[in-house]
Design a protein around this ligand. Structure first.
Ligand code: BGC
Length: 430
């Protein structure tokens, strides 16, 4: 069987009908803002732009990403530059094989905070999971993503839980302010891009998980009563859970093996925690369908897990030695097949990434004047480090095609440590 026929047989296509997908994004974004059924939670962040950040005021920052938990103390100097007074990195609780009870989870955060607890009365907590935010910036965890194992924490107020645990341990009470990493990234970009005259801002993450935030008029957030309708706030879309992209057999097979089947379907097609799993499901199916030589097929079928990095590295260079796949006795025809099958996984991810970013830029309604483009701040290792299929430039190319055709102008920027810097901003202005 030809590799192209194999992909069709298993309903895998890297080509995306952008018009259809963008219309579906728009429909579900609107439904989410209005409180109607939608796979997009469209969570109000209660963070808005335009407030000035006090200089020389330290703030504690926590950043719970996919695999790492970072603790820092940050202040902004008179010129508005972020300065790290200290920065530590730990493993994210619940990602190292253990299942944590809620009390254990909060106790770990109390341990992280104890050494810096006297440096500021507030913590800006970048919490990168679907979380309903209150007007005072506490947050109730809706569900875990990225396979974190701490099930009791779901439904609880994260900020209060951590503040209580720290107080119990040290007698110190801190105010913990929760925001999503996309919201923080957007804020960091807004700080960095202040002088450029951007018409609006988005914060996009493609790392272990994926998601985007943009600025919306409160008048459109009709699911929340009592908002100042003339103002705007940042919305966390939770696009990792978007259910409008067509799934292949490989996506279904990989999803069935996760701890949250049926959830986060979009993220499971494009983000670092999952692309390797989709790739392995694809390679194993190809081995069963007779695409590879018998020895290579046998070795592939015995394979247990494949990380996104190992998959990416090998598809980009199938002669790679010392990688997860290099012990498999591939012939050159097999290697050709690995490229022909693997590249479309990354091409599809790049196209879906572009659709995700374009959807938010379009929803902002901004960027129609070339002088004032929309600033998209992008963070995340999968976006910047993926090698196969010219990943990053492919996303940019698709975005130019989609948005310029619609008369919408944008720029992509990156800000080092954006999630932490944005969390410091949020902690200080709110
Ligand atoms: C989470 C989002 C987060 C994204 C990027 C997703 O799994 O649900 O809240 O923004 O990952 O880190």
């Amino acid at each position: 069987m030809q590799t192209s026929d194999f992909l069709v047989k298993h309903k895998f296509s890297a080509d995306i009908d952008f018009d259809v997908l963008l219309a579906e994004f728009d429909r579900q974004m609107t439904a989410g803002l209005e409180g109607r059924p939608s796979s997009l939670a469209m969570i109000p962040s209660y963070v808005s732009l335009g407030k000035s950040v006090p200089a020389n005021t330290p703030i504690i920052v926590l950043d719970a990403g996919g695999t790492n938990l970072r603790v820092a103390v940050i202040h902004f100097n008179e010129a508005g530059e972020a300065k790290f007074d200290c920065k530590e990195k730990f493993a994210m609780p619940g990602t190292t094989g253990e299942t944590l009870a809620a009390a254990e989870f909060y106790a770990k955060f109390a341990d992280f905070l104890e050494p810096v607890a006297k440096r500021s009365p507030s913590v800006g907590f970048c919490f990168s999971y679907p979380t309903e935010i209150t007007p005072t910036l506490d947050g109730r965890l809706i569900r875990w993503t990225k396979q974190v194992a701490a099930p009791e924490v779901v439904g609880q107020m994260i900020g209060a839980g951590i503040a209580d645990a720290l107080e119990k341990k040290t007698g110190i009470r801190l105010t913990v302010k929760i925001l999503n990493d996309t919201v923080a990234t957007l804020l960091a970009g807004a700080g960095a891009g202040m002088s450029r005259g951007y018409s609006s801002y988005c914060g996009f993450i493609l790392g272990t998980g994926t998601n985007i935030a943009y600025v919306e008029s409160n008048a459109k957030i009709t699911k929340v009563a009592g908002l100042d309708r003339g103002a705007k706030m940042v919305i966390n879309c939770e696009t990792g859970n978007f259910d409008g992209a067509p799934q292949s057999d490989f996506d279904r097979e990989m999803d069935a093996r996760t701890s949250d089947p049926g959830k986060g379907l979009f993220e499971k097609m494009i983000s670092g925690a999952y692309i390797g799993g989709v790739g392995l499901a694809l390679l194993k199916t190809a081995a069963r369908d007779g695409i590879f030589s018998a020895p290579a097929a046998e070795a592939l079928l015995a394979f247990k897990a494949l990380s996104t990095k190992d998959f990416d590295d090998f598809v980009a260079n199938p002669f790679l030695r010392f990688s997860a796949l290099s012990d498999i006795p591939f012939t050159d025809d097999d290697r050709r097949a690995v490229m022909e099958l693997g590249e479309p996984v990354f091409v599809r991810a790049a196209n879906l990434t572009a659709a995700n970013i374009a959807a938010a830029v379009l929803k902002s309604g901004a960027g129609t004047d070339k002088l004032h483009p929309v600033c998209v701040t992008v963070d995340g290792s999968t976006y910047y480090k993926t090698r196969t299929a010219f990943f990053k430039s492919r996303v940019e190319e698709a975005l130019r095609k989609i948005l310029y055709a619609r008369g919408v102008y944008f720029e992509i920027i990156s800000v080092e440590d954006a999630p932490m810097i944005g969390s410091a901003v949020a902690g200080l202005i709110s």
